[in-house]
Design a protein around this ligand. Structure first.
Ligand SMILES: C[S@@+](CC[C@H](N)C(=O)[O-])C[C@H]1O[C@@H](n2cnc3c(N)ncnc32)[C@H](O)[C@@H]1O
Ligand SMILES: [Zn+2]
Length: 376
């Protein structure tokens, strides 16, 4: 039976999508998967890839290993003129049929389509001359099984973008599954989304180390349904100490970044909980995010992209973890204090403080929890 398709527009690309995916609350995987709510993730990809290509010297090849109906890859082909060649791969032939129709509808000719298991597809691109300048991994659930072949298929100096949607695992509902898939475990905290992003980066860092390359995070993005990280793959030049633990004391709210597993809280002496091992280095590259802000103007993307990027720039030099207004109010046993006011007070006391892109009701600071509480 012919799949009923509807025509929609994302960016300046026309898409043909299974009609049911526009009405069902969770888009059906059959006959082909398309998630209209992931538009903003694709918008960010267009901006990030465009910023990346500005400074990339080498063959401009995009590998979309789990392409679905090609919403991301055909947008890349249509909207990024600099991109020279786009490989659209999926195991689902029905999704690929639609992807081909979308390419024709947009008069895009630089795409090749293949029906392969993602690791096989990526392995076919692991020779230096076949690697992607940009490689995307966008699976259902955890990306962990695709990381080795994804890194191998990325040009040295290229960009790898990775999505995870196994939120329950990354948020600590199944710690052992998390250790198995990401090598580290989370602690349930108010800043669980940041821990999740750092676990994904930590896992990428471990796999990269095994393959004698290293990662440099350029940008991370999250919303209620997924996490996405953008990392540059580089030839390993130095051993980095970007791995460690977030020690979180549930009694007094103190958090500390530590490299080993001594975990009594330095503030209240209670035994604290440890998230990790995970990435404790920077999540963003300042030049790259500034570049994304320049590129953002050139595309038809959601207005929120610009706002989020501006927030990222503000938090770039801040240490890991953030404090929510609710947590502070709860510990103070008072009504929440406005965000701008808290930030001002902390800065006036001589500490750094900023908003964060990860939570609209939270701030980042280099002050400890006890210091924050005494300042306000
Ligand atoms: C989340 S969807 C991809 C969405 C797409 N990237 C987008 O932006 O619209 C995941 C896709 O992976 C495909 N898939 C699942 N397992 C796969 C595998 N082992 N190899 C290749 N494709 C696979 C599914 O058919 C599905 O189309
Ligand atoms: Zn404590």
């Amino acid at each position: 039976m012919e799949i009923e398709l509807a025509e929609i527009v994302e960016g300046n690309t026309k898409l043909l999508v299974p009609k049911d995916s526009l009405v069902d609350s969770s888009p059906p995987r059959d006959p082909a998967f398309f998630n209209p709510r992931a538009k903003i993730s694709r918008d960010f990809s267009i901006i990030a890839y465009s910023a990346f290509l500005k400074n990339f010297r080498g063959p401009k090849i995009f590998l979309d290993s789990l392409a679905g109906i090609g919403a991301r890859s055909i947008r890349v082909a249509k909207e990024l003129n600099e991109m020279e060649k786009v490989f659209v791969n999926d195991v689902n032939p029905k999704a690929l049929d639609i992807a081909q129709k979308i390419a024709n509808l947009n008069s895009v000719t630089k795409c090749s389509f293949s029906e392969n298991e993602a690791c096989r597809f990526l392995s076919l691109h692991s020779r230096r001359e076949d690697r992607g300048a940009i490689v995307d991994i966008d699976p259902f659930g955890s990306p962990s099984r695709y990381l080795d072949c994804g890194i191998r298929a990325t040009f040295h100096g290229g960009l790898l973008s990775v999505t995870a949607t196994d939120l329950t695992v990354l948020h600590g509902l199944f710690p052992e599954a998390c250790r198995r898939k990401y090598y580290g475990i989370p602690v349930k905290t108010e800043y669980g989304n940041e821990i999740a992003l750092r676990l994904i980066l930590g896992c990428l860092n471990i796999v990269a180390g095994r393959l004698d390359v290293m990662i440099a995070p350029l940008f991370v993005q999250n919303n209620l349904h997924y996490y996405k990280v953008y990392v540059k793959i580089l030839v390993k030049t130095k051993s980095n100490n970007n791995m460690g633990y977030i020690m979180h004391c549930k009694k007094c709210g103190n958090r500390q970044i530590i490299n080993d597993s001594d975990y009594s809280c330095k503030v209240c002496n209670s035994k604290a909980e440890l998230a990790g091992p995970l990435w404790i280095g920077s999540l963003y590259n300042k030049d790259f995010v500034e570049g994304m802000l320049v590129e953002e103007n050139k595309f038809q993307v959601d207005k929120s992209c610009k706002k989020i990027l501006e927030k990222c720039l503000k938090e770039i030099d801040m240490p890991p973890t953030y404090f929510t207004l609710d947590e502070i109010a709860h510990r103070k046993r008072s009504a929440p204090i406005p965000l701008a006011k808290i930030i001002e007070k902390i800065q006036n006391a001589g500490f750094k403080a900023s908003i964060t892109s990860m939570n609209p009701s939270a701030f980042k600071t280099d002050a400890r929890m006890d210091e924050v509480l005494s300042i306000i």
